[in-house]
Design a protein around this ligand. Structure first.
Ligand SMILES: *Cc1c(COP(=O)(O)O)cnc(C)c1O
Length: 486
């Protein structure tokens, strides 16, 4: 399986080659030359597979350059009940992503697929844990090392640290805005004592952290000498790892391949739902893929109107579903490439236009850049939006009607899913975090604390390991060099 850039760069690469890199040299994103197909017979055979077996079956179609026995060992090590152990009491951790039926009335069913039972209680663990093991494997093979350098406002940084802790050949340098994350998120990251994890609290806001990452990454000589890499959401291996749970959700919700299901996905950078799109392109019988956004509704606007308009920082709201607070959706280009039938020259032109004019218009109206919006329905996409008041109402209703507490992001998903239910087609909402991570809003909605999984009771009281630094790029570079010894 070879990979190409959405902007036309033609030097083909295999899975291992794009694993450690980020963007393609032309600024595009990598996609496989064609989507591998899944036959009805395969799908039937997969019905009895464990999660690890299913992950291997899907991954080997994309990573044919890794020997199957090695890939199997990596999947077996990643997808265990031990790693994804933070299930609710009534759930079976060995299922990894258990489904629960919320309602099944009038032929309309709503199901919740739990993706947040990993070490950091958010769905990013589903892919990041695999990435940690893939990185360790690839680096050992080439006797290489990698220094991951990134910025986080919460979920991504902690998922990366828990995936890379103790891994040979890998160090993580993670910037976060000093005293700006929730106490729980701070404790999750800073309580890690592993010597290969460096938490750097920057005196500033998240944008300052990101600017420092950009400044360091733009120094190509330094970046290559220090072997710096990233684990952001455009990473192809992360997207592929996420494809697996769409298959799992489908197979758990159906008894034969004639049935279809729909998914609703709380979305930010379009990474999660992009994996659903890929599963559908591989032949998984998905009816609708419903994009749920919060107040930051760039994607809802596109899927309603065909106009993609990225937001300025001043128009990007800080909400109570903060992991969906984005101004532009970094994985969106992968879908646009498919929508434009793989016309890389047009993709390149449109995303140039995003940089110069802040967006593009595929509505087909006067002066628009194309009329592909009329094809959106072929891809199953629909969308909706949920705001703070909706989250509170949904959290209360879900507790009252089904006796469970959902987090704010999942609440956005449920609110939008209820607007898109169809008779005879089960709707699966992806649960992207556990409520303990966003306790302030749970308190506001329910007047009590969110339950915490075992082992997290006193996390704020654990000793913390971090350094504080001002927004000084020279100091930052010196700190990294001192600890890598390169
Ligand atoms: C990252 C995240 C999202 C958004 O996922 P994307 O892949 O960026 O669309 C939603 N909910 C939670 C809890 C997250 O951590």
């Amino acid at each position: 399986m070879h990979y190409v850039s959405t902007r036309g760069h033609t030097a083909q690469q295999n899975f291992s080659e794009i694993l450690l890199g980020g963007l393609a040299p032309d600024g595009g994103l990598y996609l496989p030359q064609c989507y591998p197909q899944v036959t009805a017979d395969e799908l039937n055979a997969w019905r009895t597979f464990s999660y690890a077996e299913l992950a291997l079956a899907v991954l080997k179609k994309f990573a044919s350059d890794i020997p199957e026995a090695d890939l199997k060992a990596i999947c077996d090590k990643t997808y265990t009940g031990e790693v994804y152990r933070n299930t609710r009491p009534e759930q079976d951790a060995a299922q990894i992503t258990p489904l629960r039926v919320l309602t099944d009335a009038d032929g309309k069913s709503l199901l919740l697929q739990a993706l947040s039972n990993g070490p950091t209680l958010a769905f990013k663990d589903m892919a990041m844990q695999l990435l940690g093991n893939l990185f360790e494997y690839t680096l050992a093979k080439h006797d290489a090392e990698l220094n991951i350098f990134g910025a986080t406002s919460g979920d991504t940084g902690s998922a990366a640290e828990y995936a890379m802790r103790g891994k040979k050949g890998i160090r993580v340098f993670m910037l976060s805005p000093h005293k700006k994350m929730s106490a729980f998120q701070t404790a999750q990251m800073f309580s890690l004592q592993d010597p290969n994890i460096y938490n750097i609290a920057v005196d500033g806001v998240f944008d300052d952290c990101q600017d420092m990452v950009k400044a360091v990454s733009n120094d190509l000589e330094y970046k290559s000498r220090q072997k710096i890499g990233t684990v952001n959401s455009i990473n192809w291996a992360r997207v592929v790892a996420q494809v697996v749970y769409y298959f799992r959700g489908y197979l758990s919700a159906t008894s034969n391949n004639q049935q279809k299901v729909s998914f609703t996905v709380p979305s930010g950078n379009f990474g999660n739902i992009c994996a659903g799109h890929i599963a559908r392109m591989m032949g998984l019988p998905i009816d609708k893929l419903v994009v749920a956004t919060n107040e930051n509704d760039v994607l809802d606007e596109f899927f309603r109107t065909g106009v993609y308009r990225v937001r300025k920082s001043a128009e990007t709201w800080h909400t109570t579903s903060p992991s969906m607070d984005i101004s532009k959706a970094s994985n969106f280009e992968r879908f646009i490439f498919d929508l434009l039938d793989g016309d890389a020259a047009r993709v390149a032109a449109l995303f140039k236009k995003v940089e110069t004019e802040g967006g593009f218009d595929l509505s087909g109206g006067p002066g628009s850049d194309g009329d592909e919006f009329k094809k959106i329905a072929h891809f199953g996409f629909e969308s909706g939006k949920s705001v703070h008041a909706d989250r509170l109402t949904t959290i209360r209703q879900v507790e009252k009607n089904y006796g469970i507490t959902v987090d704010t992001h999942t609440a956005d998903g449920i609110k939008v899913a209820l607007e898109h239910l169809q008779t005879g087609v089960p709707m699966i909402v992806l649960e992207t975090a556990l409520p303990a991570k966003f306790n302030e809003t749970i308190q506001e909605a329910l007047g009590r604390d969110a339950e915490r999984p075992a082992g997290f009771e006193n996390i704020e009281a654990l000793p913390q390991r971090f350094i504080v630094m001002d927004t000084d790029v020279v100091k930052m570079k010196a700190f990294i060099a001192e600890h890598t010894g390169l």
